[in-house]
Design a protein around this ligand. Sequence first.
Ligand SMILES: Nc1nc2c(ncn2[C@@H]2O[C@H](COP(=O)(O)OP(=O)(O)OP(=O)(O)O)[C@@H](O)[C@H]2O)c(=O)[nH]1
Ligand SMILES: [Mg+2]
Length: 378
Amino acid sequence: MGEYVVASFHVKRPVWISQAGRFFLSAADPVLELPGRGAQLWRSRETLPPSRSPSPRSWHTELTPVTTLSEAAADSTTKAGYVALVGRPNAGKSTLLNRFIGEHLSIVTSKAQTTWQRVTGILTAGSEQLIFLDTPGLLEARNLLERAMLGAALEALVEADVVLLVVDVAHSPSRRDVERILWALAETEAPLHVALNKIDAAGEASIEAWKLWIDQHLTGPTYRISAAKGSGTDALLEAIRAALPPGPFLYPEDEIASDPVRFFVAELVRETIFEKYHQEIPYSVFCHVEEYREDQDPVYIHVDVYVERKSQKVIVVGKRGAAIRELGSASRVKIEHFLGKRVYLDLWVKPLKSWRKNRAHLGRLGFRLPAEDESTTS
Ligand SMILES: Nc1nc2c(ncn2[C@@H]2O[C@H](COP(=O)(O)OP(=O)(O)OP(=O)(O)O)[C@@H](O)[C@H]2O)c(=O)[nH]1
Ligand SMILES: [Mg+2]
């Protein structure tokens, strides 16, 4: 009898389940992309040791798909699933993810379009595991970066077991809001829950306007919440837990994130850029950890801060380096809090010409372009 291998494109690497139902994460092989939604269960022809992971190319021959995860887990005593947090920019998705996980995992700012890539937050409680996917806002994409952002949100919708639409009820729904939401929700068949967020800052008129629109166009329960203050979020979490499909846990119980520490470090610098700079600068800057030396005290971290033009470098660095020094010290405080360690942060500002429109640059920086974009040139 072979072992089970769960492959999913959220996990990005094979997960092994022994006969006893325990999970083993294999080393590093990226998993080939599987069609369909959610995780799939594959069975190897023979028992494979947990340390051995087949290369993606050999998967076709070595592994036979036996059933879907939900079918195989019908008699499972646990529940687990992907919960996609989607909505318009600035609705409070990342604030809600952080509230659920209890950590500042996903960056939050008052400016719209803060989240650029999917952020996974894992909550294991009792016999349930919720894997939250925080996503970039459902925007009107004007450049390649924004197309990649929108693609990440749509991908999460396709993969979700439960969809949690977050709307900002402090503002009445605009035509663009509702059009974009309906367009995106067409991607998913998963059960929908709607969080009416920012209830603490909303008047009854805009709440009623959203409720009326939701009643007319969507099916699924609504919850009045404040992700920032925490009101209503426990009841929402309970409802989502109840909606999870049965299945084995997809991550170890003590894991809260699937992204590497480097990702969170770069994001904290980017969050600080959103706080310290204005106009087009936060939207033109991307941060990438180039070097991370954990064996040193303080931990040495070199972050490349990419700008699109030389003139932006002048602004980011500031007069006699004042702005970059301020950025460095504010970012360092956040990173030290996140890591629980002392940090030496080295920021290097580098022009990377029009990187937001350049497929090769975006690919190197870790963005995934939607399939239809890959065959075209920008
Ligand atoms: N008053 C109030 N503000 C909130 C609430 N939730 C979020 N915010 C604020 O709304 C702003 C945007 O929050 P985010 O969590 O970054 O929103 P988002 O949906 O992730 O935004 P993008 O990543 O840009 O799509 C921040 O200033 C938050 O502090 C809430 O319940 N009440
Ligand atoms: Mg966000």
